[in-house]
Design a protein around this ligand. Structure first.
Ligand code: GDD
Ligand code: MN
Length: 377
C-alpha cells in the first residue's frame, strides 16, 4: 500500500460519492486506501458503506459516537488506522480537489521531505473558495500570527492552517499531538522541526452541505496557539486576565444601573468564577477532562477556591473604598490583580506541582513538557 487517504467527516452525506469517485479517477493505477473517520449524525456512514461496496479500492469507515475529539482527533485516529506510511489528509467536501493529490505524491517522491503541504497562499495557489471576505481576512491574519509565533518551524510554510497535506507518519510522534479543534497540521509542525515542502493549490467551493467552522473553533485555535507556544500556564493566565476584565465590566455596568458597589462586586465575581471555570474546562484543560473525574467535582473545587479568594478580596476592596476613598472599580481592579497573582502562584506551585515521586519513575507527561519542548528560538 502506497498511500492512506484520511478524510475526517461530520455530516457530509452529499459529498461522499463524488469524493470517492473523483479520488478513484485521479489516482487510477496507484495502490491506496481511503479511510473516513466520521462523527456524523446524518447518513454519512451509510453513504460510505454503500460507496465502499462499489469502489475498486479499499474504502474504510471508522464511525465514532462522540464528536468530542473533533476534526483534529479524527485525523489522529486516521493516522493510527492507516495501512500506509504516507498519509494524505483532506476534507470531505471537495474543497480540496482530489486531482491535486498526484502532485503532492510526486513532490514526496522527489525526496528530502517529511510533509508536503497543499498551500492556498503559495504563489500559484488561491483561496477563492473561502466562504466570504471575513473568512478570508480571519484566515490571512491567523496565518500571519501563527507564522510570527513559530518563525523557524514555519519558515518554509505559507499555509500552516491548511487541512490538505501529505505526511510521513513515521516522522511524526503521534503521542505528542494534542489535537484541539481544526488545526491538526499546525500541531504536527509546531511539535517538532520537520522538512516541509509546498505545492500550490486552488481552494475550491464546497460541493454539498455546510461548513462546520464557527466561533468555537476560532477560540479553540487561539487556545491551541497559546498552548503550543507558551504552554498551559499562559493559556491559564490568559483566561484569568480575560476574566478579570469581564469582572470589572460587569461590575461597572451594574453600578451604572444603580446597584450599590458591594452587591455589584459580588454578582460580577460569581459570574466570572463560573465563566472562568467553563473556559478552563472547554479550552485550557479540554484534553485532560476525560481523566480527571466528574465535572461536578472539578467545579466544586474551582468554585470553592475562587469563592474563598473572593471572600478575602471583597472586604479588602471595601476597606479601600470606605477607608482610603479609592473609586470602587479601581479598588476592584487592584484587588483583582493581587488575587490573580495569588491564584497563579497557587495553581503553579500547588495544583500543578510536578509530582516528584512519580517524575523519577515514569516519563514526564507530554502535555506538561510540550510548552518547553516546542520553544522555537
Ligand atoms: N470527524 C470529524 N469530526 N470531522 C469533522 C469535524 C468533527 O468534529 N468537524 C469538521 N469535520 C470535517 C468536515 O466534515 C470536513 O470534511 C472537514 O472536517 C473540514 O470541515 P469544514 O466544515 O469544511 O471546514 P472549513 O472548510 O471551514 O475549513 C477547512 O479549511 C480551513 C482553511 O481555511 C478545513 O480544512 C480547516 O482545517 C482549514 O484550516
Ligand atoms: Mn470545507
Amino acid at each position: 500500500m502506497e498511500l492512506s487517504i484520511i478524510v475526517p467527516t461530520f455530516n457530509e452525506g452529499g459529498n461522499v460519492d463524488e469524493l470517492v469517485r473523483r479520488i478513484g479517477d485521479a489516482l487510477g493505477g496507484r495502490s491506496f486506501e481511503v479511510i473516513f473517520v466520521d462523527d456524523s449524525t446524518d447518513d454519512t456512514p451509510d453513504r460510505v458503506l454503500a460507496t465502499a461496496q462499489r469502489a475498486p479500492f479499499p474504502v474504510r469507515l471508522r464511525h465514532r459516537e462522540s464528536a468530542d475529539a473533533g476534526l483534529g482527533g479524527a485525523v489522529l485516529e486516521g493516522f493510527e488506522l492507516a495501512a500506509a506510511r504516507w498519509c494524505l489528509v483532506m476534507d470531505g467536501d471537495l474543497q480540496h480537489p482530489p486531482e491535486d493529490i498526484a502532485r503532492l505524491l510526486d513532490r514526496a517522491a522527489a525526496g528530502d521531505v517529511d510533509v508536503v503541504i497543499a498551500s492556498r497562499y503559495a504563489s500559484g495557489g488561491d483561496s477563492r473558495g473561502l466562504a466570504d471576505a471575513t473568512r478570508t481576512a480571519v484566515s490571512r491574519l491567523s496565518t500571519l500570527l501563527t507564522k510570527a509565533m513559530f518563525p523557524r518551524k514555519l519558515a518554509t510554510c505559507t499555509d500552516p492552517m491548511t487541512g490538505f497535506f501529505l505526511v510521513d507518519r513515521d516522522a511524526v510522534d503521534l503521542s505528542t499531538l494534542r489535537p484541539r479543534g481544526f488545526k491538526i497540521l499546525l500541531e504536527i509542525l509546531a511539535r517538532r522541526q520537520l522538512r516541509v515542502a509546498e505545492v500550490p493549490f486552488s481552494f475550491a467551493e464546497r460541493y454539498a452541505g455546510d461548513s462546520k467552522a464557527n466561533l468555537r473553533q476560532g477560540l479553540r485555535f487561539l487556545t491551541q496557539l497559546t498552548m503550543l507556544r507558551f504552554g498551559r500556564m499562559s493559556a491559564f493566565a490568559l483566561v484569568g486576565g480575560v476574566g478579570a476584565i469581564a469582572n470589572l465590566v460587569i461590575m461597572w455596568g451594574l453600578i451604572r444601573l444603580g446597584m450599590d458597589y458591594l452587591p455589584a462586586a459580588i454578582i460580577a465575581s460569581e459570574l466570572t468564577i463560573i465563566g472562568n471555570f467553563l473556559l478552563l474546562e472547554y479550552l485550557v484543560f479540554a484534553d485532560m477532562r476525560a481523566e480527571s473525574g466528574r465535572l461536578w467535582h472539578r467545579f466544586a473545587k474551582s468554585f470553592t477556591f475562587n469563592n474563598l479568594e473572593a471572600i478575602v478580596r471583597i472586604p479588602i476592596m471595601a476597606m479601600l473604598v470606605e477607608g482610603a476613598h479609592v473609586p470602587a472599580v479601581l479598588a476592584a481592579g487592584l484587588t483583582l490583580v493581587a488575587a490573580f497573582i495569588v491564584r497563579f502562584v497557587f495553581h503553579a506551585l500547588v495544583v500543578y506541582a510536578p509530582r516528584r515521586a512519580l517524575a523519577s519513575q515514569s516519563a514526564p507527561e507530554p502535555a506538561e513538557v510540550s510548552g518547553r519542548r516546542t520553544l522555537d528560538a
